[in-house]
Design a protein around this ligand. Sequence first.
Ligand code: RFL
Ligand code: PHB
Length: 391
Amino acid sequence: MRTQVGIIGAGPAGLMLSHLLHRQGIESVVIDNRSRADIEATIRAGVLEQGTVDLLSDLGVGERMRREGAVHHGIELRFAGRGHRIDLYGLTGGKAITVYAQHEVIKDLVAARLAGGGTIVFDAQDVSVHELDRTAPVIRYRHGGGAWGLECDFVAGCDGFHGICRAAIPQSERKEFSRVYPFGWFGILTRAPPSSRELIYAHHQRGFALVSTRSPDIQRLYFQCDPHDEVGNWSDERIWAEFRAWLATHDGWAPREGPVIQKNIVAMRSFVCETMRYGRLFLAGDAAHIVPPTGAKGLNLAVADVRVLAQALTGFYADGRHDLLDAYPETALRRIWRAEHFSWWMTSMLHRFPGNDPFQERLQLAELGYVTSSRAKATTLAENYVGLPFE
Ligand code: RFL
Ligand code: PHB
């Protein structure tokens, strides 16, 4: 088998890349080690930046998102028992975010790619990459009882944080930066109508909580937890008691409660792998970087990476240019480090750190007070949250 670009991973990065390449007449094959049902059912992100929304629409895969996604013009920061609105729309000259679940984006991207004649290999096993420093790298994998080799011009490593592509870059060529946070997020889906028209990011003495939505009758909520805790330790009653306490306001606000239909615990880390290229292998998305979800940036960054990578590959195939491919890591890393900083800042401002002393808590409250009273500081939050313009 042969293709122009072999893409490992059918997450947002890999699927978007294959759409972007297809639009330019460049062939690709996407290979994932999970089943289609599995990738379409994994609950993750919810917030899409304006640029991500526009790109999905440009690619002709935004129809259901426009119909079912919810456009939000603001978010609430809640602390010391009071809510403060950040007017994203007003502060950014008319930009907004769309709340539309990542697995719905995945469903739309997979369906459109298959309908357009694209090849996505699901359930591949023992995926490995070879000859990356030659002109014809090879992806090997097992599928349907047979062993396969896919020869390509380039390999796109879009296989997430735990994938095999980053590890295929020799250690001596990689510089990695990381921070593991001493807390996780306990996430639930609950069958109840939205508690609030906009997302609520809440700072409480005992920790951070977030109120998000999925649809008119499903909510997504999170609270900060011990990353080593287990979901089995948490009954619905115990979960709701935490949300009620952490989200309480002086005027008696309470979340709308319903049966908890899904629970999971997410670890929190920041991570960047510098160099996102080795020979003919290019990393994109979570394979190269991780942000804590507080800034809602991970999926959006994955999309921004492949936007740059697709332009570079187009330059190569259309005009024989190598310069854009050479510049890919540097171009992508500028946006990545900005998003790393924003996500770290939001995380630091809103979470309780173990051993949080009263001094640190007062600093957080001072910063939250400033963000919600200074137009300049609120604009900093707003323009990063809706997504900075592409270069
Ligand atoms: P993905 O989505 O992890 O996809 C990688 C794909 O690669 C496959 N794979 C392999 N395939 C073949 N061989 C192997 N050896 C393979 N190993 C792995 C996997 O099966 C998978 O299908 O990476 P990608 O495409 O880079 O996308 C990244 C995003 O998924 C991630 O950054 C976001 O989910 C982060 N995130 C959020 N991002 C946002 O932009 N907005 C949000 O509101 C937001 N909220 C979140 C989030 C992530 C969360 N969790 C669970 C970490 C909320 C949460 C709770
Ligand atoms: C979500 O809806 O899952 C969500 C929203 C905002 C975040 C992270 C996750 O910052």
